[in-house]
Design a protein around this ligand. Structure first.
Ligand SMILES: [Zn+2]
Length: 328
């Protein structure tokens, strides 16, 4: 399974900044150590033309040249630096690459991404550009160019914060379905209307969460009764975890693993490719966040293996990929 990273492009944080930037490097190292079946690739940077599929050209230029005013920059939560621009482009590039790989192989991942608070003309909440929104539009364009057909897309956003940026970008676009399950009392405090919003109470635990997830997925399939999506972006935030300092929910690591398994199985049963992004995670103990994300990638890898098995069973001409070591 292909997995794209961009953690080499770190950004300088102000002293005392609470964003856990290290988690990206730690996850990359953990994947290298514990998931040898993942083929790791460094992401290309997204171009202005790609970003403009979901963002206003004026906003892209202001970010690139460091012209955002202080209030806009504060809303993002990071000081401007050339590294911030490069890292934001790379993270979008990683989701684009993961989406292309998912369309080819069934499942692929970005080891970062999920910056779902970014709207067309402004960033917010540690999000500069909306990677899934850009990648969704680009995959639709590429699909149409090759096949002269519509690629329907669904965003399954299970980060604990509402995917308000994605909801706003796709508000009037019936070809991209936005599903967000999030903490009702959590950031952003003014929420946008997704196609399906599931607001969860503080302290929500595994059983309540998984029941809500089953209902949301049922509603997603019901909405697509005439035509299924051809691609899913799964924002697998680690921040619903009970050890998260921002999450306010109480999911265990096992509950989150079950969440991932259900989303991936539901997509695979319908032969819908899935591109994953890691989205948020702010554990009191950073290793807990990394462990949850590693679990998500392990579940994705298991799903990828089943995809390859199914494809070989259906079409014996599909060559086996070079022998991949088993997931330990
Ligand atoms: Zn979040």
């Amino acid at each position: 399974m292909l997995a794209y990273h961009s953690d080499r492009f770190a950004l300088p944080l102000a002293p005392g900044h609470r964003f856990p930037l290290d988690k990206y490097r730690l996850l990359h190292e953990a994947v290298r150590r514990d998931l040898p079946g993942l083929r790791l690739r460094e992401a290309e940077a997204a171009t202005d033309g790609e970003l403009a599929l979901a963002h206003a050209p004026g906003y892209i230029g202001d970010v690139a040249e460091g012209r955002l005013d202080a209030a806009r920059q504060r809303e993002i939560g990071f000081d401007w630096s050339p590294q911030l621009v490069e890292r934001s482009r790379r993270s979008v590039g990683a989701t684009i690459a993961a989406a292309r790989a998912a369309l080819a192989e069934g499942v692929a991942a970005n080891l970062a991404g999920g910056t779902h608070h970014a709207q067309a003309d402004r960033g917010s909440g540690y999000c500069v550009f909306n990677d899934a929104a850009v990648a969704a539009r680009l995959m639709q364009a590429e699909w149409h160019r090759r096949r002269r057909a519509l690629l329907r897309v669904a965003l399954i956003d299970l980060d604990v914060h509402q995917g308000n940026g994605s909801a706003a970008i796709f508000r009037d676009d019936p070809t991209v379905f936005t599903l967000s399950m999030h903490g009702e009392r959590n950031f952003p405090f003014r929420k946008e209307a997704s196609d399906l919003d599931v607001a969860l109470p503080d302290g929500c635990g595994d059983a309540e969460y998984l029941a809500a997830l089953d209902a949301a997925l049922a509603a997603l399939w019901q909405h697509h009764a005439q035509a299924l999506p051809g691609l899913i972006f799964y924002l697998a935030g680690a921040d619903p975890h009970e050890g998260d300092r921002l999450g306010r929910l109480k999911l265990s690591a096992a509950g989150l693993a079950e969440r991932d398994r259900r989303v991936l199985a539901a997509a695979r049963e319908r032969a819908i490719p899935v591109a994953l992004a890691m989205a948020g995670g702010y554990g009191h103990v950073i290793a807990d966040t990394v462990a949850v994300q590693l679990g998500t990638l392990a579940a994705a890898y298991q799903s990828w293996r089943k995809w390859q098995h199914n494809r070989r069973a259906m079409d014996p001409r599909v060559e086996s990929p070079a022998a991949e070591p088993d997931f330990r």
